[in-house]
Design a protein around this ligand. Sequence first.
Ligand code: CMP
Length: 140
Amino acid sequence: MSNKTLAIIKPDAVGNGFTGKIIDRIIEAGFKVQAARLIHLSREKAEGFYAVHKERPFYNDLVDFMTSGPCMPMALEKEDAVNSFRSLIGATNPADAEAGTIRKDFAENIQNNAVHGSDSDKNAQKEIAYFYTSNEILDY
Ligand code: CMP
């Protein structure tokens, strides 16, 4: 069980002015934000991040969405970070997400779903390294 996960506040949530509210929820849930930066993903960077979904029918729309405006990838630390963060954000489709979860409160739909969270420790490690060098992850 690892203590890190990658979160992304997605372009819908940034554009809707929810960045601060979402970061508050994350910190109140006991996560430490060890790296965060507002970036506008290139098409290549978004395609690479979601390469595992390349064959899915929603892939092109997903890449369009993720490059439609700035987003905020964050390296988060907490015990059992991957599972804990997935509970905090709720189901992929906000219509199915539990009350009080970030997606229930801030997401627009199954694609524009406000936040990303890594789905395993292995992917968390890979995804954090996709956005941050080890020097940019600050331990405190
Ligand atoms: P995320 O957790 O970032 O992982 C893959 C993303 O693909 C997901 O959040 C959604 O943004 C998007 N996604 C997943 N399933 C669907 C779907 N059925 N239709 C459209 N977008 C989807």
